[in-house]
Design a protein around this ligand. Structure first.
Ligand SMILES: Cc1cc2nc3c(=O)[nH]c(=O)nc-3n(C[C@H](O)[C@H](O)[C@H](O)COP(=O)(O)OP(=O)(O)OC[C@H]3O[C@@H](n4cnc5c(N)ncnc54)[C@H](O)[C@@H]3O)c2cc1C
Length: 822
């Protein structure tokens, strides 16, 4: 018999309860849940959550979490009482922009497997007769949405866990996390200690406090949110029994930041229409010691509700005959990017968090956490939610505060996929920033970095006039200048700032063996080789794709590698897998270095005169790296290209960055060199079929499905994830990432749209762009293999319109790689 880990869960809110159920269902039954308040109305956010569950979300992961929550709670009862009422969800539009957004959302729902229908105003009013149809332009109805009874669902799950051996201890306040040798060992409470191999903090908005006990920054902000109930609505008299509470769909009026549900014959109103009301954790009362039984409920600030009340009476005229009877400002968690926090502390093994989770996603998050803990890998891709996704700059308390408050403000806003947060900016700039500003760079932001998307200085390029226009949504954060930059890259030579891409240095005598085991491709090649390779998890899912350069003897360490990675999660993954013997070191060198991608047919003409190093094709082949001087600047040059043109990634230290830019810029003048931005880059990479991890594929996909089988060397010896790939080939997979060409070249889509085969939703778009060189609109999409054959006709739903498209062979541009290898 295997020894069970001792698990302590902090908090018996909906998340702690759901996790106890999911863990014990998987055989981890030595589970103790410590709760500072009483059971199960503990005083936390779940105790008073009205429990509206709208499943549709722009994130596939979050939608799946919500759908699982619906399925699970709909099947639960507590002493014969319901835990989930499937009354449906109705989101209404009162503006043309919102109506368009609901069309888009309808598409998102279809992409992620949630059935919904677009309704006209009369149909909306038929479903929810309190609505003034005259105020409404239309609605999105999702019949499977509904109301979760959070305390009841929590208790029902807790009882199942208790039957399997778990214990729930109320009135136990966690006061410390104990550890030895970098591992958690016990949890201290006001009533004594509890030994633990695994601690999961499910403390909701108290998370940062528990985190501090473990030396961990938990980047969430507790914010108050108003919820009020009316006096009885005459029109609802006799509609709902006390037991069933509600029969009409839950309702969202996002143009006014409001939502509604029935409480018998009363209406409950939730408002995000007020100023952000951040709460200092030290001001939150403890549930014991004579404090209020609901520390997460603060007094109602009526002045903040005035506009919400006026807007509510306008949408639901029957409310004019009622009053606000009661209300409160309820506290729950917000994060900088709106996603939950899930995962293990990078510093303290065995200390996990599952926080900033809505009731809506609670069961789905708990399931993924349990899979992660028990099986080693969650079955749903969680990279958007991973606790370790943040860059250090994103953990600054002022950043977390400002962005979390902003997320409260924007929670119901229509957010464009490219829309950056406005503040605090700029946070991180590359050494080329001043030059880019001089060239009129239009910056967007990612991971704190300012990234040029196009340059106004290129407005005069002759190619601009030939760039076709596009629809209003796709035109946002875009300019035809980007198209000209793409075309000019294929004609001449362009400088792309690649600095924001994460770079890691791996050194030490054990580094070859370390990298060989963690990645799929053959890295045992001579110094100066660069290899595209994949990080897999145990299940064979692609955790990341890397470009690994073997740079040779390090500073006495014997080996030095530069790893081009996707983000902080890669650093976290490599660090977690470091051998204990100290034979390998991993260092994030992103901030201290910078990179220009110099690409285009004239790239060699530009760079060769600057250096004594031979940059000819014979001396400096594709996927090779060299140290060189370009003028006065020492660089590591790697012959790679994500845009499909001849060229090099040129790395130097940050101090030499401006000099590198100026050197290349001056040398390129006679060649009409230009600076080009991310918008052009994205189009060029898609024409070449280069996948972007996190968008085109995630840990849910294996390499063969994603078209990355070429980066897997099954015969190189053992590597992490290899076992799971045995027997899988590109021919045996059940789904594929395919390339679509849209019939209408001007119909540019943005990603995440549903793809229909024979009129039925069969998959979804990952990335899309207009291909300027091929003169067509293209998209990558996941489809079942049976439907993924070349020339298959499909449609892509975009704002309610079905756009015809054809699956095509890829890549669309230069499939023989003639332009790169010359
Ligand atoms: C007014 C309002 C309306 C909302 N409406 C909705 C909605 O309609 N739909 C939706 O999906 N979500 C809604 N939410 C959000 C939702 O309520 C929360 O996100 C969710 O309940 C959080 O669950 P949790 O288990 O993480 O946290 P909680 O329910 O807060 O549980 C955390 C538990 O940890 C315990 N704890 C903390 N510190 C300690 C300690 N030191 N020792 C021991 N125990 C400790 C607390 O006592 C608490 O019981 C709403 C929130 C509010 C405030």
């Amino acid at each position: 018999m295997t020894v069970q880990p001792k698990v302590v869960i902090v908090g018996a809110g909906i998340v702690g309860c759901a996790l106890s159920d999911e863990l014990t269902a998987r055989g981890w039954t030595d589970v103790t849940v410590l709760e500072q308040g009483p059971l199960f109305a503990t005083g936390g956010s779940s105790s008073h959550a009205p429990g509206l569950v709208f499943q549709t979300n722009s994130s596939k992961t979050m939608t799946e979490f919500a759908s699982y929550t619906v399925r699970k709670y709909a099947a639960l009862t507590l002493d014969g009482q319901w835990c989930f009422r499937q009354v449906g969800g109705l989101e209404v539009a009162t503006t043309a922009q919102r109506l368009a957004e609901l069309n888009r959302k309808h598409g998102l729902a279809a992409s992620w497997g949630v059935a919904g229908a677009l309704l006209d105003p009369e149909q909306c009013a038929a479903l929810h007769p309190l609505l003034d149809a005259g105020q409404v332009l239309g609605g999105l109805h999702v019949p499977t949405d509904g109301l979760a009874k959070a305390v009841r669902a929590g208790e029902a799950q807790a009882r199942r866990a208790i039957e399997r051996g778990a214990r729930f201890l109320p009135h136990h306040t966690v006061t410390g996390i104990e550890s030895a040798g970098g591992r958690v060992t016990a949890v201290a409470t006001d009533r004594g200690g509890f030994p633990a191999d695994v601690v999961v903090s499910c403390a909701g908005f108290w998370g940062p406090k528990i985190g501090r006990m473990a030396g961990l920054t938990v980047p969430l902000v507790p914010l108050a949110h108003q919820y009020a109930r009316t006096t009885p609505v005459p029109a609802l008299a006799g509609h709902n029994s006390e037991a069933l509470e509600a029969s009409k769909p839950i309702l969202r009026h996002q143009d006014r930041d409001l939502y509604y549900r029935e409480h018998g014959d009363r209406i409950g109103i939730g408002s995000y229409a007020h100023r952000p009301l951040p709460v200092d954790l030290d001001d939150v009362a403890h549930p014991s010691a004579g404090a209020p039984s609901m520390p997460s409920m603060l007094p109602f600030t009526a002045a903040d509700f005035e506009q919400a009340w006026a807007d509510s009476q306008e949408l639901l005229p029957a409310l004019a005959r009622t009053k606000v009877e009661e209300g409160f400002n309820g506290i729950f968690s917000f994060t900088a990017d709106g996603f939950p926090l899930m995962g293990e502390s990078p510093q303290l093994r065995g200390f996990w968090v599952a926080e900033a989770v809505w009731v809506t996603h609670s069961a789905g998050v708990a399931k993924a956490m349990a899979e992660w803990l028990v099986e080693g890998t969650p079955r749903t891709d969680v990279h958007e939610c991973d606790l370790n996704r943040f860059e250090p700059v994103q953990l600054a308390p002022s950043y977390v505060h400002q962005r979390s408050c902003q997320n409260f403000v924007e929670v119901y806003d229509i957010i464009h996929p490219l829309q950056p947060m406005e503040e605090p900016r700029p946070l991180r700039v590359s050494p080329f920033h001043a030059r880019q500003r001089e060239l009129g760079a239009h910056f967007l932001e990612a991971a704190g970095w300012e990234r040029p998307h196009w340059y106004e200085a290129n407005a005069g390029l002759a190619e601009v006039a030939s760039i076709p226009g596009r629809g209003a949504w796709a035109s946002r954060y875009w300019s035809p200048i980007a198209g000209a930059e793409a075309l000019a890259t294929r004609e001449r030579v362009a400088m792309y700032d690649m600095t924001p891409l994460k770079r890691l240095e791996v050194t030490g005598p054990g580094s070859l063996a370390f990298l060989q085991y963690l990645t799929t491709n053959q890295l045992d090649k001579p110094v100066g080789s660069v290899t595209y390779t994949l990080l897999l998890d145990e299940t064979g899912g692609v955790r990341s794709d890397l470009t690994v350069a073997r740079l040779g003897p390090g500073h006495g360490s014997g080996e030095r590698w530069q790893v081009g990675a996707n983000g902080n999660l890669d650093l976290d993954w490599l660090t977690r897998h470091l051998p204990d013997d100290g034979s390998v070191q991993v260092r994030d060198i992103t901030a201290g270095t910078c990179c220009i991608g110099l690409w285009g047919p004239r790239a060699r003409d530009l760079v060769q005169p600057l250096t004594e190093t031979d940059f000819s094709h014979q001396a400096f082949g594709y996927f090779k790296a060299k140290q060189a001087y370009l003028g006065n600047v020492p660089v590591t040059a790697m012959r790679l290209s994500y845009v499909g043109e001849l060229g090099w990634e040129l790395y130097t230290t940050a101090d030499c960055g401006p000099k590198l830019w100026d050197t290349l810029w001056a040398a390129g003048q006679s060649l009409d060199v230009l600076a080009a931005g991310r918008s052009a880059f994205n189009s060029l990479r898609l024409e070449k079929g280069y996948r972007s991890w996190g968008t085109d594929l995630t840990a849910e996909h294996n390499p063969f499905e994603a078209g990355l089988g070429f980066a897997v060397r099954m015969d190189k010896g053992d590597f992490l994830g290899r076992q799971a790939l045995l027997g899988i080939t590109e021919e045996t997979v059940s789904r594929r990432l395919v390339c679509l060409l849209l019939d209408d070249p001007q119909a540019v889509v943005m990603g995440k749209e549903p793809v229909y085969v024979d009129g039925v939703p069969a998959g979804y778009v990952t990335s899309a762009a207009y291909g300027y060189s091929i003169g067509a609109s293209l998209a990558y999409a996941w489809l079942p293999r049976a439907a993924a054959g070349p020339a298959t006709r499909v449609t892509v739903e975009y704002f309610g319109e079905q756009l015809p498209a054809t699956i095509t062979e890829e890549p669309l541009f230069d499939p023989k790689m003639a332009r790169i290898r010359r």
